[in-house]
Design a protein. Structure first.
Length: 109
């Protein structure tokens, strides 16, 4: 049974962590956008060769790989917080259903 106090705690947690989730999403999006910019910069620095060679060289560059690792961390943080928010939302929905069922039961008897 989920109590009203537990729901309040969940809501407080959500309010307290909303900015952190927003920051995690912003970090992920910013890294995704910067990855394209960095790829272009590295591509232009690539040694002479075909376009395919320059693409491969840019994608294999250590700076690009480092950004990919950063993006991996950003995605993990966003996913983790997103799942925690979904769990919090599910807790609230279960509580709401329990409250509705209790009201129905009270009317029947």
């Amino acid at each position: 049974m989920i109590s009203s106090e537990q729901v309040e705690d969940v809501l407080d947690w959500m309010r307290g962590n909303a900015k952190e989730l927003a920051q995690a999403r912003a970090n992920k999006i910013a890294l995704e956008k910067f990855l394209k910019t960095k790829h272009s910069e590295i591509f232009l620095e690539a040694p002479a060769g075909s376009v395919a060679y320059k693409e491969a060289w840019a994608y294999n560059h250590q700076d690009y790989r480092a950004l990919l690792e950063g993006l991996k961390v950003a995605i993990e943080q966003e996913s983790f917080l997103g799942q925690k928010f979904k769990t919090a939302e599910a807790t609230i929905e279960v509580w709401r259903t329990m409250q509705a069922n209790a009201r129905i039961e009270a009317k029947v008897f």
